[in-house]
Ligand binder design. Sequence first.
Ligand SMILES: Cc1cc2nc3c(=O)[nH]c(=O)nc-3n(C[C@H](O)[C@H](O)[C@H](O)COP(=O)(O)O)c2cc1C
Length: 219
Amino acid sequence: MEKLLYITANPKGLEKSKGLQIGEAFLKAFHLEHPGIEIKSLDLFNLDFAQMDADLVFARGKLAGYGYTLAQLSEIEREKILKMHALADEFITYDYYVFVSPMWNLNSPAVLKAFLDNLFIAGKTFAHTPNGPKGLLANKKALHIQTRGGQYTGTPMQELESGDRYLKIALRFLGIEVMDTIVAEGFDLYPQRVPEIVAAAKEKAIIAAKDFAKKTLAV
Ligand SMILES: Cc1cc2nc3c(=O)[nH]c(=O)nc-3n(C[C@H](O)[C@H](O)[C@H](O)COP(=O)(O)O)c2cc1C
């Protein structure tokens, strides 16, 4: 059975977050269109996962750079690296990924970067080859739904946007096919237009939900 992982990085909750409401519209439409595809949600603000602290950095370096075995790591290093690998192992089992995040200070909430840090594992999600790094997560698709207070599309602000850009770079690095992002922006700039902006993004999300699992996957 195919599976979709729905990953959210917004602490405001469904009632307050426009992005989560747009994401919910995507999920409902996706489930109607593809009832056979299992959906699991991950709320990154309420998920206990390994952080890239000293133990994890040293464990990573010892395993990858110095040929240590797991048994040769300290107990805490082993515990943290196993936690990281378990998260990546689960992530790999999915066919589709939907990320929902707001733009915060030109990027995504830090929790999203911290989550992605758990997925970069040489030999598991990407490989070093003579031609450079190669993503190993083939035949998988991702979509990002991003909300913004300002207006970036079609303005000189566009080049400052780093959250959606980084997420797409990271996912493509791992070999995942990335669809066009659904952007809902201008919420703080045009507060009177909030319902209209949300409604337009929901419509796009519903269309994307129909296409997402149907289009041929890149080989
Ligand atoms: C800490 C913080 C930083 C923000 N930084 C930006 C920013 O750099 N650019 C921007 O357009 N909006 C920024 N905003 C506004 C949010 O992007 C906007 O309110 C949010 O995306 C609305 O979606 P939501 O209701 O799903 O949270 C920021 C909001 C917060 C809380």
